[in-house]
Design a protein around this ligand. Sequence first.
Ligand SMILES: *Cc1c(COP(=O)(O)O)cnc(C)c1O
Length: 397
Amino acid sequence: MHKHHSALGLATALRPVQPVTLLRPHAAARAARFFVEKFQGRSMYAVKANPSPELIRILWDNGITHYDVASIAEVRLVASILPQATLCFMHPVKAEEAIAEAYFDHGVRTFSLDSIEELDKICRATNDATDLTLCVRLRVSSEMSKLSLASKFGVDVNEARELLFRTRQVADALGICFHVGSQAMSPSAYVQAMERVRAAIVSASVTVDVIDVGGGFPSVYPGMEPPALEAYFGAIHDAFESLPVSYSSELWCEPGRALSAEYASLLVRVERRRGDELYINDGAYGALFDAAHIGWRFPVKLLRDEPSRARNVAFSFYGPTCDDMDRMAGPFMLPADIDAGDYIEIGMLGAYGCAMRTGFNGFTAGERVIMEDEPMATLYVADDEAREAVSSNVIKL
Ligand SMILES: *Cc1c(COP(=O)(O)O)cnc(C)c1O
């Protein structure tokens, strides 16, 4: 892969016809080191946010040893890239064959569940193994998150008693896990979830060895500027310390978005302008699924040799396919004189961006290049001055 110093330089030098994925390994490495150093427990990477083998290796090289996988394909992928990594199969509804392959062929010992049926399945598939860490997924509120994960999985705290009790009987280590929803905008989301954990532990009177607070750690997007991650870590640690768990119990988290968002952005070309609508060469079936389907706003920047002096106005985007739904409402703030042939960088697409790409209608990913500049925003450079110093590329959203 080629290395480039700036997105602007790349756009003006190469004038790429296809969208280009801009990768920033140093940003992913920084995020990994931040979690490893500052989260007072174990951070495992939720692979679904971005399963790129290069990223998985970068996270490993920077101290992430545990990986949250949710499908047998993710198990095989991470096992093949990192034979020494610890894999945790954290999907509460699995195929029995997947559990068996994960356990017998890939050494997976940690599984999540939210029903007696799944517990029975895990016992059958592993031949009643006695070396399992089983995490009961509790349903918690998603009200402080931008993306709910509250309805599909999780046992209600009022119904968790029997499941915790039965799981305790077969598990070598018993865990309780939850997910507060993605892009949790307040640390109190975790504190409230921990209160439900406490209620579940008290009502079942079981010894709990692992508390897994899941993902949900935020990144920065326009209109979504969360508190510092240290505030989340502090609140979680305090809540964990006050739980009635065994002395040797462990605290885990499963960040997906926070570890991968800054890793990638996208360089796109405007193919047509129609009023305040820009037809660009990537979209809902490419890396912009969330922008299209849940109205997510990503940072954007016009890349021109001679910077535009026009004021910023609100644009929406159309993607390249023939589908009307291939539309991203934004608003995306860009200079009023933008036109066909211009290049735009769309930032923060490392999480749930590149991972969602399809080949629909023949529009596939273009080149991937490694960048040495800074992502368009970052949560990992502490104070404002340092932030300025790191790069002129870091923009105020
Ligand atoms: C998606 C998912 C994650 C990662 O969530 P983020 O919001 O990206 O941090 C973690 N754990 C589980 C079980 C998930 O399904």
